[in-house]
Design a binder for this molecule. Structure first.
Ligand code: G3P
Ligand code: MG
Length: 253
């Protein structure tokens, strides 16, 4: 059984806000979303930051690569102007800021561990260690006792997931696949994963049924068409993330 919300705001605020920023998390919340997906990568000083691309330039004004700058340097870069002038100066947030925002507002997190190439194990270890540490704090323990769910950590990187699991076996994990490989059962078992996350474009009803029969949660990215959302939910998909938080409600059944 899937203990988490069914619809997540992808990268915080989908198409309505600059991705992976606190502004995006506020936007998702304002649209009624109590569940978000976002991407976490290590800065040069080993501090996890919330950003999708290892290269600067698309969403973050700057040149170079995320792992070449400290979290403080990245916080000084503009991750909002690309989206709209009203978001000018929106920083690249640290994972800790987003975690605390979500905890405060009782938002469930799907934390996608998104290592820059070469930093797979280090990213998995650090994200897991910090998540486990913050979940032991009194405010988190109180939230957990009143029904808030601990984050689910997912990754396309098997190496990152294995390192995260070894670091913090008490957390919940999910394997992420663009196309589900033939050996998905082995990979999920190695990580002791709760769920399989996949591109809805590459999922079939037969595969969905097989994954559910095996007892795993099944999550799809990124579903922006309400008709597709209905179809995959009928196939037994437990949850999905969407960019169209204006079109697909957080309460979609
Ligand atoms: O976690 C699901 C989805 O976010 C994976 O793709 O590229 O949007 O991070 P991407
Ligand atoms: Mg992602």
């Amino acid at each position: 059984m899937w203990p988490y919300p069914r619809v997540l705001a992808h990268r915080g605020g989908g198409t309505l806000a600059p991705e992976n920023t606190i502004a995006a998390m506020r936007c998702g919340l304002a649209h009624g979303f109590r569940a978000v997906e976002f991407d976490v990568m290590l800065a040069a000083d080993g501090v996890p930051v919330v950003v999708h691309d290892p290269e600067l330039g698309r969403t973050v004004a700057g040149q170079g690569r995320v792992p070449d700058f400290t979290a403080a340097e990245l916080a000084g870069m503009d991750a909002g102007s690309w989206f709209g002038t009203e978001f000018a100066g929106e920083p690249v947030p640290r994972y800790e800021e987003v975690f605390r925002f979500c905890l405060t507002h009782r938002i469930w997190m799907n934390v996608e561990i998104k290592p820059a190439p070469g930093f797979e194990a280090a990213t998995g270890r650090k994200v897991a260690a910090l998540t486990a540490q913050w979940l032991r704090e009194p405010a988190a323990l109180q939230a957990l006792s009143s029904g808030w769910q601990a984050p689910l950590l997912s990754s396309f990187s098997h190496e990152a997931l294995l390192a995260a699991r070894a670091q913090s076996p008490e957390l919940k994990y999910a394997c992420l696949f663009d196309t589900i490989p033939a050996n998905w059962r082995d990979l999920l078992q190695q990580v002791d994963a709760q769920a399989l996350h996949t591109n809805h474009c590459n999922l079939t009803p037969a595969l969905a049924a097989e994954i559910k029969r095996a007892g795993y949660g099944l999550f799809c990215y990124t579903v922006n068409d309400p008709a597709i959302a209905r179809t995959i939910l009928d196939w037994g998909v437990d949850a999905f993330c969407t960019d169209r938080i204006d079109l697909i409600g957080a309460d979609t059944r």
